[in-house]
Design a protein around this ligand. Structure first.
Ligand SMILES: [Zn+2]
Ligand SMILES: [Zn+2]
Length: 433
C-alpha cells in the first residue's frame, strides 16, 4: 500500500483509489493524507464522513490523527469535536500522539480550555504534549501561563526541544517580554544545544518589532546563522507598518525581492506605511510601479464553521444563498456599532491595490460578512470563530472589537499570522499584529 503515498498528485491517488475493489482502512488513510498534503482540507472532512457512512471499514487512529490535523488547519472546531467524540467511542483516546494532536487542534481553534482538558488527561506527558500546550497558550495570548507551563515541565524532568522553544519565544513576543525572550534564545543553544532555527528567530524579530526595536530586529535577521526566509522579513515589514518606519520597510522589500518572494500583500503593507506617514508621493510612485508590473492582490477570503459546515466568504460576496439577510444584518450591526462609537475607516488603511478608486465606496471585507452571518444564524452569546487567509485590516479589527463589546460575544479570528481573541471590546493582540 505504501506506493500510494508516493503519488505526486491527488488526482492519481484518487483514480487508483476509485478503481480499487477492496478499499481498506490503509487505502483510505493514504488518500486522506494525500488530500491533506495538497491543502484540500475541506475534502478531508468529507472523506472522513464518507468513510464512516460507507461502513466497510472504520476510521482508525491514523485516520483520526489526519482528520484532527485538517480540523486544526481549518479552525473547524465542531468537526474536530465530532472526531474527538469518535476517538473516545472507539477507545483510541489513550494514544498519546492523538491526544497531542487534539491539544493542537483545540488550541488552533482558539478553544484553550478543551485543549487543557485533553492535556490534563494524558497520563505520561512527553515533550510533544508539553510543547503543544505551551504553543497553544502562546498563540492564544496567554504568554505568562506558557512560561509557567515551561517551568512546570522542567520540574517533571522532560527535556525541551525545538518546538518547546518556538512556543516559549512566541509567548514572550505576545506579552512583550523582551529580556525573557532574549534569555530563552540564549538558553536554548547554551543549555540544551538546540540551534535556533528560522522560526525561533522569527519569534524574536516579532518580539523586538512589537517593542519598537526595529533596528535591533533587523540586525538579528542579518546576523542569523540560518538563511532568512520570506516570512521573517514579512514579520519585520509588519513591525515597520505599526511603527511607521518606511526607510526600513523599503530595505525589507529589497530583501524580499532578492528572495524572489515579494507578494502583492507586501506592497500593500508598504503602501500603508507610506500613507500612514503621509508620504503621498511615494504612495503614487509605488502604485504606478505595481500597475506597470501588473501586480494584483490575492482576494481576501474568510471562513466560518457553523453546525459542522464551513461557509466561505470573499470581499463583497453575493454568492451565499442567505446574502440578503446577511447584508441586512451587517447594516444593523453597523448602526449599533456606530452608536457605540465605531467609525468605519476607509481612508486610514489601504485595503488593496485598487483602494484609491473606491476609498469612499462602502466595501465589505470577507471577515465582516462571515461575522454578520455568524451573528445572524447563532444564538446570542455564541462564540464566533473565523479564519481569514490574509492579515486582518485595521478597520475590520476595530469592527470586531466593537462587535464583541456591543453584542457581548467572544470572537476568535485567525488571520494569516496570528489569533485575535475579541472580548468586551478588546483584542488579545493588544492591537499589534
Ligand atoms: Zn478589513
Ligand atoms: Zn487583534
Amino acid at each position: 500500500m505504501e506506493f500510494y503515498s508516493s503519488f505526486a498528485s491527488r488526482e492519481d491517488a484518487c483514480k487508483v483509489f476509485d478503481e480499487m475493489s477492496q478499499k481498506d482502512t490503509v487505502a483510505w488513510n493514504v488518500l486522506i493524507s494525500c488530500y491533506l498534503r495538497n491543502g484540500r482540507t475541506r475534502d478531508v472532512l468529507m472523506l472522513f464522513d464518507n468513510m464512516k457512512n460507507e461502513g466497510v471499514c472504520e476510521p482508525d487512529d491514523v485516520t483520526c490523527l489526519l482528520v484532527t490535523q485538517a480540523c486544526a488547519n481549518l479552525g473547524a472546531l465542531e468537526f474536530g469535536e465530532k472526531v474527538h467524540r469518535y476517538i473516545k467511542e472507539r477507545g483510541y483516546g489513550t494514544a498519546r500522539n492523538l491526544s497531542n494532536s487534539l491539544i493542537s487542534m483545540y488550541s488552533r481553534c482558539g478553544c484553550l480550555d478543551k485543549a487543557y482538558d485533553v492535556f490534563k488527561g494524558i497520563g505520561e506527558k512527553n515533550v510533544i504534549s508539553w510543547s503543544a500546550m505551551i504553543s497553544g497558550l502562546a498563540m492564544n495570548g496567554f504568554g505568562r501561563d506558557a512560561i509557567l507551563a515551561f517551568e512546570e515541565m522542567r520540574k517533571t524532568g522532560v527535556i525541551p526541544d525545538e518546538q518547546t522553544f518556538t512556543g516559549l519565544l512566541s509567548a514572550c513576543s505576545h506579552c512583550g517580554l523582551v529580556d525573557e525572550g532574549m534569555e530563552f534564545l540564549n538558553q536554548m543553544s547554551k543549555e540544551f544545544s538546540i540551534m535556533p532555527n528560522v522560526h525561533h528567530y522569527g519569534c524574536v524579530v516579532d518580539l523586538l518589532g512589537r517593542a519598537g526595536l526595529l533596528e535591533q530586529a533587523y540586525r538579528v535577521i542579518i546576523s542569523m546563522k540560518v538563511k532568512p526566509d520570506a516570512t521573517i522579513w514579512r514579520t519585520l515589514l509588519g513591525a515597520c507598518r505599526i511603527h511607521g518606519h518606511f526607510t526600513l520597510g523599503e530595505r525589507v522589500i529589497e530583501h524580499l525581492i532578492e528572495l524572489k518572494a515579494q507578494e502583492a500583500g507586501d506592497y500593500v503593507l508598504l503602501l500603508n506605511i507610506y500613507s500612514s506617514t503621509g508620504s503621498w508621493e511615494k504612495v503614487s510612485e509605488l502604485r504606478k510601479f505595481l500597475k506597470d508590473k501588473g501586480i494584483q492582490t490575492t482576494p481576501g477570503c474568510s471562513s466560518i464553521e457553523l453546525k459542522g459546515i464551513v461557509h466561505e466568504f470573499i470581499v463583497d460576496d453575493v454568492s451565499h444563498p442567505q446574502k440578503h439577510e446577511i447584508y441586512n444584518k451587517l447594516d444593523e450591526i453597523n448602526k449599533q456599532l456606530k452608536i457605540a462609537g465605531y467609525v468605519a475607516e476607509t481612508t486610514s488603511e489601504l485595503h488593496d491595490l485598487g483602494a484609491e478608486e473606491k476609498a469612499n465606496a462602502l466595501s465589505y471585507h470577507s471577515e465582516k460578512l462571515a461575522l454578520a452571518f455568524g451573528v445572524l444564524v447563532t444564538r446570542p452569546g455564541t462564540t464566533l470563530r473565523v479564519t481569514k487567509n490574509l492579515r486582518i485590516c485595521i478597520d475590520c479589527h476595530n469592527f470586531a472589537k466593537f462587535l464583541s463589546g456591543v453584542y457581548n460575544r467572544q470572537l476568535i479570528i485567525r488571520d494569516r499570522t496570528r489569533f485575535h481573541h475579541f472580548r468586551d471590546g478588546h483584542c488579545s493582540c493588544n492591537d499589534y499584529w
